[in-house]
Design a protein around this ligand. Structure first.
Ligand code: DPM
Length: 360
């Protein structure tokens, strides 16, 4: 399936021969692991290129005591890295796609989205609760999460539990869980836990019926200068057709709702027999109100002549010349239509109230 969507043309990055490609990354352990993975894949495709990794600290890394959703700046983890891209200090930057805003600043684009790992959320339990699930935890057990999306959905399904903010990088959070008695469990992305080698700490995976995931969760993205054709072509070998179409639909949905990490917006997508399915939902902060809809769209399209006039076209910040443009357009339309349907049912009202309460 993915193969049919992604006609693999082998771009050798010939114009870059013998050059050193500088790769920017945040310095957290998870960011380093993610960047190492992406660089390894690029190195395999381009054995003649040399890659150098440059670590940087971002605003998001410095503000560790405030919930992400309250800091209110969308490009928290990305701005410093984009500045370095703009100044030509680095040639590409690796991010978790879910940390990239649906509108990138002018001059930047997502040049590759790697094959998605698990998009699901996972529950890690305190050592004394190992073997339990959210259902079997004692009443009033405290669950740690700073994600409004996770909290809203879980409050709805598990009203007997309590939810509190927990911040810091993955290492800090696991330490807070294990070494104190503040939390019975914490909720994190399964993909991040796996990349860190902590899969054995996952006590429960939340299915989309229990908890829809964040837009782009579990996928890694490569951000580049939009005009840098050589780098764009060099990284485009990493594009995974299925992941790109799913993430275009998810990002279009979020963008049309004017969502972000300061409101509870959640999704789930699947691609089967060229039918792309998107479930999108919005929640009030306490989960008492919710709207949820699923739609589908045919994404079977031939690959156009790649050197055609579609050269500079982006879909929700993504440049993917090697994936049928018609399919990308259809995916974007799907996201927009699910958002429109939710808006017609009152999504704006729910999100506005959530935003006001969160800002207060
Ligand atoms: C965004 C959210 C979180 C991150 C909000 C959400 C979680 C915040 C928190 C947009 N970015 O998911 O509703 O729990 O306080 C983040 C993680 C990863 C990328 C960690 C995680 C790793 C997984 C991936 C933080 N960004 O979600 O547990 O690559 O998708």
């Amino acid at each position: 399936m993915a193969d049919m969507l992604l006609k693999g043309q082998d771009k050798n990055g010939n114009g870059l021969k013998n050059q050193t490609i500088r790769v920017g990354t945040r310095k957290s352990q998870l960011a380093r692991i993610q960047t190492d993975n992406v660089v390894q894949m690029l190195q395999n495709h381009h054995p003649h290129l040399h890659f150098e990794i440059i670590g940087m600290t971002t605003t998001g890394d410095k503000i560790l005591d405030t919930a992400l959703s309250k800091i209110g700046e969308k490009s928290l983890f990305t701005k410093e890295l984009e500045n370095a891209l703009e100044r030509n200090e680095v040639d590409l930057v690796v991010h978790s796609l879910k940390d990239l805003p649906t509108s990138l600043p002018p001059g930047f684009t997502i040049g590759a989205i790697c094959k998605r790992e698990s998009p699901h959320d996972a529950v890690v339990f305190h050592p004394k609760h190992v073997g339990k699930t959210l259902t079997s935890l004692p009443e009033k057990s405290v669950i740690g999460t700073s994600s409004l999306r996770r909290a809203a959905q879980l409050k709805r399904t598990f009203p007997q539990l309590e939810f509190k903010d927990i911040r810091g990088n993955l290492n800090t959070r696991l330490k807070k869980l294990d070494e104190k008695d503040d939390f019975s469990a914490i909720v994190l992305a399964a993909a991040g836990l796996r990349r860190m080698g902590w899969e054995n700490r996952i006590g429960q995976i939340l299915s989309p019926t229990e908890c829809l995931y964040a837009v782009g969760q579990g996928a890694l993205a490569v951000e580049v200068r939009a005009r840098d054709q050589e780098i764009l072509e060099m990284v485009s070998v990493l594009h995974d057709g299925e992941t790109v179409l799913r993430c275009i639909a998810e990002r279009a949905f979020m963008k049309h709702l004017e969502g972000g990490c300061s409101v509870p917006v959640a999704v789930s997508t699947t691609l089967k027999d060229f039918q792309l399915y998107l479930t999108g939902a919005v929640y009030s902060l306490d989960g008492s109100e919710s709207l949820r809809e699923t739609m589908q769209m045919n994404v079977k399209f031939p690959l156009e002549n790649e050197d055609g006039p579609n050269d500079d076209i982006q879909h929700v910040g993504i440049t993917a010349k090697n994936i049928p443009h018609g399919a990308q357009k259809a995916a974007e339309k799907l996201g927009l239509e699910v958002a429109e349907l939710l808006l017609s049912k009152g999504a704006k009202q729910i999100l506005n109230v959530a935003r006001q309460l969160n800002d207060a």
